[in-house]
Design a protein around this ligand. Sequence first.
Ligand code: NAD
Ligand code: MG
Length: 406
Amino acid sequence: MTQMNPSSDLARALTRRLTVLGSTGSIGVSTLSVVEHARANYGAEALPIEALTAQSNVQVLAAQARKFRPQRAVIGRAELLPELKQLLAGTGIETDGGPAAIVAAADMEAELVMVAIVGAAALPPALAAVRRGAILALANKECVVAAGELFRRTLGASRATVIPVDSEHNAAFQCLEFDQHHAIEKVTLTASGGPFRDWSRERMEQVTPEQAVAHPNWSMGAKISVDSATLMNKGLEVIEAHVLFALPAEKLDVIVHPQSAVHSLVTYADGSMLAHLSAPDMRTPIAHALAWPQRMNGPANRLDLAALGRLTFEAPDRERFPCLALAEACLRAGGVSPTILNAANEVAVSAFLDRRIAFYDIARVVQATLDADGSNIAHAEDLETVLAVDARARATAMGLCRKLAA
Ligand code: NAD
Ligand code: MG
């Protein structure tokens, strides 16, 4: 590829060091492909890697480390550290293992941290990166849902910047005029509707994990693919938007848009509606976040509107997709209910993927876990309380899954 001559501002942005938390997942792999593309276009020294972390895929992590030469590679499951050490012997790359080592990796000096871990497990490392004032390219949504207040307060007390990578939030971020916050009437997140958009409830009662992870427009990790099929993903995203953009529930809306070309819309007081469009490819929001506030060449296909022909929109069906309504109710209820919602959903999705419960049981388990919470904890503003509420909800949800599986 021919070397581009970037503006000096972009050249400077691309000297920032990058840590990728969750480098072996769908977003992690896409992030490294954007880095490779940047190096092909702007020079081999673009976006040097500080640390790579993964949970259990030690082979892929070691191969990535050999290729991208980070200072450190970290495996979450500490029992796999000897294997990682062996695979990286002689490279000079530091190795470490265990959840605390992932937090320590987030705490290293990289100016940019891609948070691509799945689930609320991303919370401790994400908070560490926020506290030391990094720029977070934030793909993970569960940490924001589980700990909204804590996340917002920690961010407010730091020099950190969050650039959302979740496609809808990245799209809204690009359309939002932050100094006109008072004039924002509404942010509308689009949803593809998932693989079961036009299925009857009866038919959906029977769906298998294979059917649920086969998303029509996006290729993603298993957990978010199931969330997209239940529309819990969109519910989590409404809560994520509430936290990231400081907007009340009344100003957040969801619309089903099966072509996944428009990712979000922002409506202003004067009646203007700004939309963000791109091909459904996560490498576009990733490239935006890694170059921000500059723009770099991205590897994704460009959207061909003439080939697409038409864009359609329809209201979501909250009866066939009760998870969306559950999440919206948790946003309105506030307090610890989003923490419980997220924890119960993580447990239920995992049980569904293991074929222990049925598709609609996901919503049943989440609803029953919310109903069962007899705690007197109304707010969770510190990490220990968030983790305690999360752990109790997980235990309740696991018990419910066991009963349903029996
Ligand atoms: P994935 O399952 O493909 O990858 C998850 C990564 O996190 C892997 O590298 C894995 O090793 C690591 N990981 C898993 N459990 C961990 C733990 N307990 N501690 C530390 N690391 C752990 O997931 P994904 O699809 O890449 O999604 C990652 C995050 O980005 C999710 O929060 C998801 O909602 C969000 N997101 C993903 C997409 C997408 O297109 N995949 C789009 C928008 C948002
Ligand atoms: Mg999304």
